[in-house]
Design a protein around this ligand. Structure first.
Ligand SMILES: O=C(O)CCC(=O)C(=O)O
Ligand SMILES: [Fe+2]
Length: 374
């Protein structure tokens, strides 16, 4: 019995160890491919028809609510109003936008400009941060998951910003000059904003205002800076495949190009979120979904690309410590828990990753088998 358990644990760990980053070289960078004359899309990026974009990157919807946080801290009526709007959005889409959020415009534009400049550096500068070999933080392409049957049309700089004592500055970009200092302030301001939002969401659930934060034990944070170069055949591919974010909430800054899409019917229909200068898009993640016992949706989203301009987005992922216990905070009488039993966040995350790796492979296999039967 003990022997069997050891074996199961081992194969789980092996699976996890395989989730590592691909080795990269300059010729394979998407910015390099995008710069080639008369480029057509390499077959690695071509998606099956049912996954391709069916709504344009710039056909914006007004269905995602835009919520002003003005008065949140000093006006009880306003706070109640904001709370109601957020709950409605979380129940409906798991997504809303916030304006008047207290993060300085200049900080936002500095962060955006420096991040954009990073992706225009020569390939060797970006490759100094490549992540093969299991490094924690740095530059990668397509997805953090290896072995996906189709690649995403994106380059990424991802680094861990909280907890502060665990920061590894050697994995933070050191160019363009000044980006590191700006990131420090940006990540602090976004952490403050995340706490404010989680207070409102806790109150909305009828809980103490620190309930969601407490469920994280200590809030951790990771920045995912996405760059989607112009794409020669954007209708055949995605910048980022359909997914939910694993953490409690994600706070996304996007430029004015457009490309973030959300679905609430399992991927049948999509809407494109309207970019708003200086606003943040807030997504509920899997952890937030479970804590609310499924009342709040975990935003089901993806990013599409286009052939007119490149696009930048900066996702600030807020999530709990690895050992935090994931289980619904409130379970109303007569209601069933969305989880069979409490699990740790790290286990929850690993399960999701394994599903994300296995599902596309299984889908591909099923499609191949179907075509053989015809
Ligand atoms: O680029 C976007 O709009 C989406 C980014 C995103 O979903 C992510 O980084 O998790
Ligand atoms: Fe995401």
């Amino acid at each position: 019995m003990i022997h069997k358990r050891k074996k199961t644990q081992k194969s789980f760990q092996n699976k996890i160890r395989n989730i590592i980053y691909m080795a990269l070289d300059a010729s394979t960078l998407i910015t390099t491919l995008a710069g080639e004359e008369n480029a057509t899309l390499d077959s690695r990026f071509i998606r099956d028809e049912d996954e391709r974009p069916n709504v344009a990157y710039n056909q914006f919807s007004d269905e995602i609510p835009i919520i002003s946080l003005k008065g949140l801290l000093d006006d009880d009526d306003k706070r109640a109003e904001i709370c109601n709007k957020m709950v409605e959005a979380c129940e409906d889409w798991g997504v809303f936008q916030v304006v008047h959020h207290g993060v300085d415009d200049k900080l936002i534009s500095d962060m955006t400009d420096l991040a954009t400049a990073f992706f225009h550096l020569p390939p060797e500068e970006k490759l100094r941060f490549e992540m093969s070999g299991g490094k924690k933080g740095g530059f990668f392409m397509s997805s953090h998951l290896q072995g996906q049957p189709v690649q995403n049309w994106r380059e990424v700089m991802g680094y861990f910003t909280y907890p502060i004592e665990a920061r590894d500055y050697s994995r933070w970009p050191d160019k363009p000059e000044g980006w590191r200092d700006v990131t420090e302030i940006y990540s602090e301001k976004l952490m403050e904003l995340a706490y404010k939002l989680l207070e409102v969401l806790s109150e909305a659930m009828g809980l103490e205002k620190d309930a969601f934060a407490k469920a994280c034990v200590n809030m951790e944070q990771r920045l995912i800076v996405n760059f989607y170069p112009k794409c020669p055949q954007p209708d055949l591919t995605l910048g980022l495949n359909r997914h939910t974010d694993p953490g409690i909430i994600s706070v996304l800054l996007q430029d004015q190009v457009g490309g973030l899409q959300v679905t609430r019917d399992g991927g049948k229909t999509w809407i494109t979120v309207q970019p708003i200068q200086g606003a943040f898009v807030v997504n509920l993640g899997d952890h937030g979904h479970y804590l609310s016992n499924g009342r709040f949706k975990n935003a089901d989203h993806r990013a599409v690309v286009n052939s007119n301009s490149s696009r930048l987005s900066i996702a600030t992922l807020q999530y709990p410590v690895a050992q935090a216990v994931v289980y619904p905070l409130p379970i109303q009488e007569g209601e069933k828990a969305v989880l069979d039993e409490p699990i740790t966040f790290s286990k929850m995350y690993m399960k999701t990753m394994i599903k994300e790796i296995e599902l596309p492979k299984l889908n591909k296999l099923a499609k191949e088998q179907d075509s053989l039967k015809l």
